[in-house]
Design a protein. Structure first.
Ligand SMILES: *Cc1c(COP(=O)(O)O)cnc(C)c1O
Length: 399
């Protein structure tokens, strides 16, 4: 097997390349249109301001919000922090918060911070697919529950949560609902009104926009949040700091492209996804993690029983994907722990393959071929690389 310089990319759930159309839209905002959107006295400022407001409309259109409800941030991590801590501030005596153990690290960390600040957090269990049930949420509600925070889709194993159902139940009880939509934005339809969402976090780099820019939707008619970053008064005082003009323009353009092309793209990626899942299902010891159908259009997450992580990685050096070990020796994935995937057997690997806009059918076929060969090889020769002394890439927590 010859190893090309750049491995084939199967890690779109970690990040995506910037779409060339997005880049082209951004470029003049680094040079020609570099003004500060707050410079109201001259044309440089006006141009930047109108670009920022145009992007705000583009993001709002993708989620059926009003432009005035979109706050620009540095990405989903910041949006989740702002939504959670910014909302909880001023909610006393409502100090109770509900989430799950399968959330993204940024949510788990912000909940730990909330606990330090004196809030109470209930971690609802998830089912074996990593999904939360509306009934469990309702059962955990207390008179002092201020907020429920959940991810729309799990970034590791891809399962979708019943957001619309939970949203309706929470709205009827007057409880605020934050959704981390970093994985679904631009891939699956999101309608903050129809789904009764109060706060929604998104990130540009997960849908072909640049890194370091994102947004928080705030249902302003009912939800009040306090800023975490003050100064300058930008974003109506909710997020200080000079606007990232090129980044915001890129986020807007990525949102517009997604709004127009999402349905077609999702259909194409689901076909690829299902082809891979069907082929993997024929391989001995390969098990799908996450829900078989209620899952991200571009995510395949599997366990390999009888195959060591070393053998998997060394047999797929021309592929780029994420892997985390569920056994105690390697880095433990908190999501796999939450859904009960554990195995003391050292010959046990897990992997996430994620597809995207630039994935071709030929690449999909190469992925299937490589994985088939690695699994078949492991059936014959047990752990061929394990004692070979070849350097193995790191397996770590999935991002
Ligand atoms: C990527 C991701 C984040 C973090 O987004 P950043 O913009 O990189 O900070 C948060 N939540 C989920 C579910 C993600 O997939």
């Amino acid at each position: 097997m010859t190893t090309p310089q750049r491995p084939l990319y199967f890690d779109y759930n970690a990040t995506t390349p910037v779409d060339p159309r997005v880049l082209e839209t951004m470029l003049p905002y680094f040079t020609e249109h570099f003004g500060n959107a707050e410079s109201g006295a001259h044309a440089y400022g006006w141009k930047a301001k109108s670009a920022v407001e145009n992007a705000r409309k583009q993001v709002a259109a993708l989620i059926n919000a009003d432009a005035s409800e979109v706050v620009f941030t540095s990405g989903s991590t910041e949006s989740v922090m702002l939504a959670t801590l910014g909302f909880l501030e001023g909610q006393e005596p409502k100090r109770h918060l509900i989430t799950t153990r399968a959330e993204h690290k940024c949510t788990l960390d912000v909940c730990a911070k909330a606990e330090k600040l004196g809030h109470e957090v209930t971690y609802i269990p998830v089912n074996r697919y990593g999904q939360v049930s509306a009934a469990d949420i309702v059962a955990a509600l207390r008179p002092n529950t201020a907020l429920v925070t959940l991810m729309h889709a799990n970034n590791e194993i891809g399962s979708l949560n019943p957001i619309a159902e939970i949203g309706a139940l929470l709205r009827s009880r007057g409880i605020a609902f934050h959704v981390d939509a970093a994985q679904t934005i631009g891939k699956h339809p999101i309608d903050v009104k129809a789904m009764n969402i109060d706060l929604l976090s998104v990130s540009a780099h997960k849908y072909y926009g640049p890194k370091g820019i994102g947004a928080l939707y705030v249902r302003r008619s009912a939800i009040h949040i306090a800023p975490l970053m003050k100064g300058g008064g930008q974003e109506k005082g909710l997020r200080g700091g000079t606007h990232n003009g090129p980044g915001i323009v890129g986020l807007g353009k990525a949102s517009e492209i997604a709004r127009l092309e999402m349905d077609e793209e999702r259909t194409r990626l689901e076909k690829f996804r299902d082809k891979i899942i069907a082929r993997f299902a024929t391989l001995p010891g390969v098990e799908l993690n996450g829900h078989p159908t209620e899952r991200l259009c571009n995510n395949i997450h599997v366990s390999f029983r009888g195959l060591g992580a070393d053998d998997l990685l060394l047999g797929t050096r021309d592929l780029a994907f994420s892997t985390a070990s569920a056994c105690s020796g390697g880095a433990m994935s908190h999501v796999l722990g939450a859904v009960g995937v554990t195995n003391p057997d050292p010959l046990f690997a897990t992997a996430r393959f994620s597809l995207g806009r630039f994935t071709t059918e030929a690449e999909v076929d190469t992925l299937i071929e490589r994985i088939t060969a690695v699994v078949q090889n492991a059936q014959g020769v047990s752990s061929s690389y394990a004692s070979s002394g070849v350097a193995v890439p790191n397996t770590s927590e999935i991002c």
